[in-house]
Design a protein around this ligand. Sequence first.
Ligand code: HEC
Length: 115
Amino acid sequence: MRRVRLITVVFFLIFFFLLFFAMSANKPDGKAIFEKNCKSCHDVTGKGNPKVAKILKVDLVKLDLTKKETSEKKDSELIKTVSEGSSSGKMKGFKEKLSREEITTVVVHVRSLKK
Ligand code: HEC
């Protein structure tokens, strides 16, 4: 009897482990998305890449996503810029490349970068 109970417990542990693993594997990872699609211009730190600022002829501060002006914007505004691109057209939209869920996740990551 005891043995049966032990087997049941072990079985459930394995089951939950696999379930947890499957769920975390499917979740978009904001940091990974950022490092793949955004880092080249905004830098890993989100403070902007000075070389790209020069090439795009924008102030470095425009590329800085950790600045107060950006962190004060609403999620919906940041999501819109990432999906549709910036008003100046210097940053193209990602709506064809990333899903809505991925864009939301990357915006959460952008928020986490602020000092
Ligand atoms: C080609 C370079 C480039 C890439 C790649 C890029 N951006 Fe941008 N991004 C810019 C520029 C330039 C601006 C400033 C917009 C302007 O001046 O029109 C900007 C602005 C933004 C803003 C708006 C900031 C504000 O204060 O309104 C957000 C948010 C943003 N980027 C997030 C991202 C995310 C997230 C990614 C990746 C999915 C990304 N960017 C990829 C160049 C880039």
